[in-house]
Structures are given as structure tokens and as C-alpha cells.
Design a binder for this molecule. Structure first.
Ligand SMILES: [Zn+2]
Length: 241
């Protein structure tokens, strides 16, 4: 029975590394996806910047058209005031021309501001596109690395599963069944070391009489509190050799 107890500790170690390896293998596609999303988000930002830039240029064009219409009207008003016979007609024409000049000047300022902003956006867009292409490179690199890692992890997993099968066969069906039944409820720790007279799984002090039984290892003893299979520290150490 001592050997079985040692094997139970080995089994628990193997199951834990199998679980870790499976989680890592299973997590690789998610890690790739996360990196892809970073690149995609940057590309989306760049294309949004480009749309904004185009909209600003359209707005600037519209302003230019409006102000050229106003400029034509100003020229016409200037001609009118030169040719006008009476002072009041001159004044009306000049007054209107003045108002239009103010509007033209404001429109020019606005158009310039739009173009400045568009230029800033063009620069930002280029920078973001560069970042996006770097993020894409990271994805490609990670994908190939993940592929290599996956091969290694799968090999390791296979090796551990092979070892597990051997150990499980040695343990025997009944004990294995007890171990399995506790595996999930005890979160992958169905076996606990007994050290200094206590169960390390839950901290419960074991009765001196039962401590003796755990120490000799002639039977499978369980913790009265957490039901874990108790293994004396000496056997536990042998499993780690
Ligand atoms: Zn316990």
C-alpha cells in the first residue's frame, strides 16, 4: 500500500501538469485572437482618421466655393458703387460689400483651419498605420511561435498522459476511483500531505491513532474534515524524488 500512496501523489502531480498543459494549449488561439484584435483596432482607428480627414477637405472645398461666390458679388458691388450716381446707393453697395468681406475672411479662416486639421489627421493616420503594421508583424511572429510552442506542449502532454496511464494502472481501480471522485470537489488536490500531525489540505489535526495509521501506510486513510486521501510526509517526499 505504501507504493500506492506514493503513486497517488505522483498521479496528482501528473494530473496537475496535464491540466496546466491543456490550459496553455487551449489558451493559444485566444492569445492569437487578442493580438489580432489589437492590430484590427489600430487599422480601424486609421481608417476613421482618414474619413475625418476627407470630410474636412470636403468642408474646406465647400467653404472655398461659397467664398468665391461672395467674392464675385463683392466685385459687382464695387463696380456698382463706382458707377452709382447718388451717395445713398454708394453707401448701400459699400455696406453690403463690407459685410461680405467679413464673411469671406471668416470662411477663409475656417477653410484654413479645416485644412490644417486634415493635415494633422493625415500625419496621425500614417503613424497609426505604422503601428497597425507592427501589430500585424507581432501577430505573425506570435502565430509561428505559438505553432512551435503547441507542438512542444502537445509532446509534453502526450508524455505526461503516458506516465499517468502507467501510474493509474499501478494504483488499481478501487483507489483510482476514490481519487477520481475527489478530484473535482477538491479542485485537483484529492491527495493531501500529513505533516506534523495535520492534514495540509484543510489544516485539520488528525487523531494520534489515525496519524499512526497514515504513517505506516498499510491502508488508504482519509481526512475526517476534507475527505482527502492522507499521505505521510515521508511517502510524499518519495513521490517527489
Ligand atoms: Zn483535510
Amino acid at each position: 500500500m505504501e507504493k500506492v500512496l506514493v503513486d497517488l501523489v505522483r498521479l496528482q502531480d501528473l494530473d496537475r501538469s496535464i491540466a496546466r498543459l491543456s490550459a496553455r494549449i487551449g489558451g493559444l488561439p485566444t492569445e492569437i485572437r487578442e493580438k489580432e484584435q489589437v492590430a484590427e483596432a489600430l487599422e480601424a482607428t486609421a481608417s476613421k482618421m482618414d474619413e475625418e480627414r476627407k470630410a474636412l477637405l470636403v468642408k474646406a472645398d465647400g467653404l472655398e466655393v461659397d467664398l468665391s461666390v461672395d467674392e464675385l458679388r463683392i466685385q459687382k458691388l464695387e463696380a456698382q458703387s463706382r458707377e452709382a450716381r447718388d451717395a445713398s446707393s454708394v453707401q448701400i453697395a459699400q455696406h453690403e460689400a463690407e459685410a461680405l468681406r467679413t464673411r469671406v475672411s471668416e470662411a477663409q479662416d475656417q477653410a484654413l483651419a479645416c485644412m490644417d486639421e486634415a493635415e494633422t489627421l493625415a500625419t496621425s493616420k500614417e503613424a497609426t498605420l505604422l503601428e497597425a503594421s507592427q501589430a500585424q508583424e507581432v501577430v505573425i511572429e506570435f502565430r509561428s511561435q505559438a505553432g512551435e510552442d503547441e507542438v512542444e506542449l502537445l509532446q509534453e502532454l502526450e508524455a505526461r498522459q503516458g506516465q499517468r496511464a502507467e501510474v493509474a494502472a499501478r494504483v488499481g481501480a478501487d483507489t483510482l476511483h476514490r481519487y477520481q471522485a475527489l478530484y473535482e470537489p477538491r479542485k485537483g488536490r484529492p491527495v493531501a500531505r500529513m505533516a506534523e500531525g495535520a492534514c495540509e489540505g484543510c489544516g485539520m489535526a488528525i487523531q494520534p491513532n489515525d496519524q499512526g495509521k497514515v504513517r505506516v501506510g498499510k491502508s488508504v486513510m482519509t481526512c475526517p474534515s476534507c475527505s482527502r486521501i492522507l499521505v505521510d510526509a515521508a511517502f510524499w517526499a518519495r513521490a517527489k524524488e
